[in-house]
Design a protein. Structure first.
Length: 186
């Protein structure tokens, strides 16, 4: 492990020293990522903490733990959005002569699960569209941001500078936090 990152004991201690205000900030920041990834904010925060104390993610020495964990949550949410199911094979399938066959194991959701998932995604999309119906700039920002476009590309697309970008981002986050103070629920 590099000298420029916290070791596991230091990372664990920094997490244990988080205040209730820090945890509130983490949950509030994680809410927008969880909303976009279709999961619960507590699950996302738990993943970030576990990855940090297990050494999967290493916090730089000069960085505070709260912004670091927010970054990990953002990364985990992005990974969840882009997750591709692996193809599983059954190791015990054999042909008539007793040779092993590697047949794909069905991992796809059933029709009902797919319908519910699509319905939930559609409801989230509709809720966001309704929430930002009167703010075209925020709507453009939100869809570009959820598509993981780089901020420079978003700024060019909307036609704003860095200050205006930060202002729009803050406005979007605050509006989502106000509309969904306990996160998304179907």
């Amino acid at each position: 492990m590099s000298e420029q990152t916290l070791d596991l004991a230091e990372a664990r201690q920094a997490i244990e020293c988080l205040t209730s205000t820090d945890l509130l900030r983490l949950r509030k920041a994680g809410r927008q990522y969880a909303f976009a990834a279709g999961c619960e904010v507590d699950d996302l925060l738990n993943e970030a903490v576990c990855q940090t104390i297990e050494g999967v993610r290493n916090c730089p020495r000069g960085m505070e733990m709260v912004p670091f964990l927010i970054g990990v949550m953002r990364s985990r949410a992005s990974a969840r959005q882009q997750k591709v199911e692996p193809e599983l094979v059954s190791a015990d399938a054999t042909d008539a002569e007793g040779r092993f066959l590697h047949e794909p194991v069905e991992t796809k959701s059933n029709v009902e699960e797919l319908a519910l998932s699509r319905e939930d995604a559609s409801a989230r999309r509709n809720a966001l569209e309704t929430l930002f119906a009167d703010d075209e700039e925020a709507t453009l920002f939100l869809w570009a941001y959820l598509d993981d476009l780089p901020k420079e590309e978003i700024m060019t697309m909307i036609g704003v500078d860095m200050t205006a970008y930060a202002t729009i981002r803050r406005r979007v986050r605050r509006k989502i936090d106000a509309a969904f103070p306990n996160g998304w629920s179907s």
